[in-house]
Unconditional design. Structure first.
Length: 224
């Protein structure tokens, strides 16, 4: 009887230990659940990038901020010009007393993106004394961080960000991260369209998804 009891107890112990198949099944199920979560999170981020880029939140603020893009010896690139044209349309609506132009320069450039932007806006009727220059930032985060400091010195904090549609959500989130109350008014004449726009939106969705987890300051070295 004692021997049978020992054998019976051993069988019960063996039955209580999950087999290799059960362990792998649980690992695969956990992996599939995690993958599904990542996919859903990424799709939500992509939809938010897309929808924000097609919304205009123009309203009274302390300053309109136009984010920089390439310039060629003092002349805005078509992409930057489209952003500046949006500012020209907003300016007569008296939404803000200031326009902040942003962006530094590349090695060898004679002009910064901010300088090229300011000259363009002045030529189109925006008063020079209403324009502030942030001319050192080399990334969106750097520029908006400096804009926040410049406005804080003046007791200001709310901004209307002008950029390309694909760039609108991440720009707004970065602005909020550095302490600004931010809204967006994406240009509707962006030269980044079609497949190029889709590729940028996919990249922005990834940036937004990661930035929300680790912070956009840490992400700024990996994205523009």
């Amino acid at each position: 009887m004692a021997r049978r009891s020992v054998v019976s107890e051993r069988r019960e112990i063996v039955l209580q230990i999950p087999g290799d198949r059960q362990v792998w099944r649980r690992v695969l199920l956990a992996g599939a659940a995690f993958f599904a979560l990542v996919v859903v999170y990424s799709l939500i981020s992509l939809w938010q990038v897309w929808s924000t880029g097609r919304s205009d939140q123009a309203q009274p603020v302390d300053a309109i901020v136009v984010l920089g893009a390439a310039q060629y010896d003092g002349r805005p690139s078509p992409q930057l010009a489209a952003r500046l044209d949006q500012v020209v349309e907003l300016w007569p609506r008296d939404l803000a007393p200031l326009v902040v132009v942003t962006g530094g320069n590349q090695p060898g450039d004679r002009f910064t993106e901010a300088e090229a932007s300011a000259a363009y806006l002045i030529d189109l009727g925006v008063p020079e004394d209403s324009i502030l220059l942030e001319d050192e930032g080399s990334t969106t985060h750097e520029s908006l961080e400096r804009v926040a400091e410049m406005l804080d010195d003046r007791g200001l904090e709310s901004v209307l960000i002008v950029t390309d549609p694909y760039h609108a959500l991440r720009s707004r989130l970065i602005a909020q991260e550095v302490g600004l109350t931010a809204y967006v008014s994406p240009t509707d004449t962006s030269v980044v369209t079609g497949v190029r726009s889709l590729k940028r939106e996919l990249g922005e969705a990834a940036g937004v998804a990661v930035g929300r987890i680790i912070g956009f300051g840490r992400l700024s070295g990996l994205t523009d």
